[in-house]
Design a protein around this ligand. Structure first.
Ligand code: CA
Length: 231
């Protein structure tokens, strides 16, 4: 039997913890549970899980505190579990080094997809520069070396900024990137920019790539948080 990948679940609500454990265990993952931040930190250092699911509202330490402590010694993937009302916290968590988030209530498929994305990114991070040279999904092809974009084999003309945006999202396909992290990456950490310039560029990109820009197929808006590209 192959070695099971282990997932550490730091969640104080028993029902949610049980729900997550059932889904993960029945899909072949080994599950470690912690019902508070201190236990979570200690399991993290003693068991080296492959992915951490971290609830932001914990009884002892603040979830953000746990996140920052883990980031102090490890870059393993952390998926934050948040409530629908915690938009600001989600963004803060992503900007502090969380890899992704999942909003309660969530279904089994969504949870498993997030875990697979996290594991895939972990693999890429470990192999560093062996990232795929081409992004190709449902007719959209981005060639990172030739810097070309084609849609159903028709060449798409993007401005330099638009191309940078699309390739950044494509290289992180499946993962949400916050507005701030995108702005920093494209315009630099000291650029005097705001979300407006990002929205304008994204609207232009969608007009060029999406059959129906109001219902995007390739680049999704995570409201109040950022963008995520089709994995
Ligand atoms: Ca909680």
């Amino acid at each position: 039997m192959a070695n099971k990948q282990s997932i550490l679940v730091i969640e104080d609500e028993k029902n949610i913890g049980n729900y997550i454990e059932t889904i993960l265990a029945s899909n072949g993952y080994k599950v470690l549970r912690a019902i508070n931040g201190m236990t979570g930190l200690s399991l993290c250092t003693s068991h080296f899980p492959e992915v951490i699911l971290l609830d932001l509202g914990l009884p002892d330490l603040d979830g953000m505190e746990v996140l920052q402590q883990i980031r102090g010694f490890s870059d393993l993937p952390i998926i934050v579990i948040s409530a629908r009302t915690q938009e600001k916290e989600k963004v803060e968590a992503l900007d502090s080094g969380a890899d992704d988030y999942i909003t309660k209530p969530f279904g089994a498929e969504e949870l498993l997809a997030r875990i697979r994305t996290a594991l895939r990114h972990r693999l890429h991070a470990n192999r560093s520069l062996t990232q795929e040279p081409v992004y190709s999904r449902d007719g959209l092809v981005i060639d990172f070396e030739r810097r070309t974009v084609t849609l159903h084999e028709a060449s798409i003309h993007l401005t330099q900024i638009e191309y940078k945006l699309v390739s950044l999202l494509a290289r992180n396909a499946g993962k949400v990137l916050t507005y701030d992290s995108i702005l920093k990456e494209i315009w630099g950490p000291y650029a005097d920019t705001d979300n407006q310039i990002l929205r304008v560029n994204m609207a232009n990109i969608r007009r060029k790539l999406e059959a129906n820009p109001a219902e995007p197929h390739y680049i999704f808006t995570e409201i109040g948080v950022g963008y995520r590209m089709l994995e």
